[in-house]
Design a protein around this ligand. Structure first.
Ligand SMILES: *Cc1c(COP(=O)(O)O)cnc(C)c1O
Length: 386
């Protein structure tokens, strides 16, 4: 095992530029000119043409009919849950392996996360294991499914395309339908990733994207909601813009709305970023190939490859130890970070966090295995140009 640690460190040290970070933005397109236009014209805030353009560009790229730009990916998830009718004391199925925002959005609705296991093939939800579990624990009543143990309604499931790798959506869609569960895709990490030739984010009832600084494209901070349903899209637009009724001068709001609209200046940045998306994806896929080649003969560790049905954006590249060991994992993390190479473990499993430790969960064997085997390595689009 110490040989695996040593070899991994050597390869990364030889391959990577000094001070390589996990993921940094590349802002070498028209960002400055679009942002300057906002400043020159004064249209920096909650109105302006870049918001509409950003939304239609997103719809065109993802092939989903409507995109609504919002302040961040967490807010996008919150609104997705709301529009699936998730209410206080409902349960929402989410992977234990995800960023904390997925669970927090559930909490904002007063609902309870119910943690589900992941698959080694996708690093996302394992539909086969989930189907067997749900058949066992759910009972149907009045067009809904209830958790037999807690008595709570299980209203929705959030599928996270972890590190940009699409989950196996077809069987998951069937399982959700069979149990009257709404499917939300957390596509925060999967802009530019395709499942069986179709862009992720178009399969769920609604989906969310993030444009945080570390994501595939950035607006500084931002997010979006995707949906193919025109009625839901206009309701979401309404509620994320303070639920104000159109009127020449009057301030009439017809429900409790949110001030979640993405400002024009951020949208301008986003428009410039989206122009470069195909180039980013090409570079990121090349990064993945380079890593796969470099590690192909190393004993004890492998580079994660996209599932057979997917074309992934390889947002963050993943090293997987053949055999899980938190100790070995931490040795690699320590050695690389001390040498200025930014590497990270997977997020601490959400069911272990203090605020979520009492939430319902299924057997999480694979999630624990992922935790003991996974290391993220530097993956910026321009990584090897620095
Ligand atoms: C980044 C991310 C989010 C949250 O997006 P923010 O824009 O940071 O609020 C949600 N889910 C996943 C899986 C993410 O990676």
């Amino acid at each position: 095992m110490s040989k695996t640690v040593e070899k991994t460190f050597q390869i990364l040290k030889e391959l990577l530029p000094n001070g390589a970070s996990l993921h940094e933005p590349s802002l070498k397109g028209r960002e400055l000119s679009y942002v300057k236009e906002c400043i020159d014209t004064g249209w920096v805030s909650s109105a302006g043409s870049y918001v509409n353009r950003f939304e239609s560009d997103l719809a065109a790229i993802t092939g989903v009919k409507h995109a609504i730009a919002v302040v961040n990916g967490t807010a996008a998830l919150h609104i997705c849950l709301k529009y699936c009718g998730v209410q206080a004391a409902d349960e929402v199925l989410i992977p234990a392996v995800t960023f904390v925002a997925t669970a927090n959005a559930v909490s904002y609705c007063g609902a309870v996360p119910h943690f589900i296991d992941s698959s080694m093939e996708t690093l996302g939800v394992d539909p086969i294991k989930l189907g067997i579990y749900l058949d066992r624990i759910l009972i149907k009543k009045g067009g809904y499914s209830f958790n037999k143990e807690t008595g709570r309604r299980v209203k929705a499931c959030i599928a996270v395309h972890t590190y940009g790798h699409p989950v196996d959506l077809d069987p998951l869609i069937d399982i959700c339908k069979a149990h009257y569960i709404d499917l939300i895709e957390d596509a925060a990490e999967s802009l530019g990733s395709y499942y069986k030739g179709r862009h992720t984010g178009g399969f769920g009832d609604v989906s969310s994207l993030s444009f945080n600084g570390n994501k595939i494209v950035t607006t500084g901070g931002g997010g979006a909601i995707l949906t193919n349903d025109s009625e839901i899209a206009s309701q979401i637009k309404h509620i994320t813009t303070t639920a104000k009724l159109p009127h020449v001068w009057d301030f009439v709001h017809d429900e409790v709305g949110y001030n979640f609209r993405l400002p024009n200046i951020n949208s301008a940045l986003g428009c410039a970023q989206l122009e470069q998306l195909p180039g980013f994806i090409e570079k990121k896929r090349a990064n993945a190939l380079k890593y796969q080649e470099a590690f192909k003969d190393v004993d004890g560790i492998k580079v994660f490859c996209e599932p057979a049905f997917a074309r992934s954006n390889y947002w963050l590249n993943v090293l997987l130890l053949d055999v899980g060991s938190i100790e070995v994992r931490n040795l690699i993390l320590k050695k690389t970070n001390e040498a200025g190479i930014m590497t990270r473990p997977v997020w601490v499993l959400l069911n272990k966090l203090q605020m979520y430790k009492d939430c319902p969960k299924m057997d999480l064997t694979t999630a624990s295995d992922i935790e003991a085997r996974l290391i993220n390595i530097p993956s910026s689009a321009r990584l090897f140009e620095m």
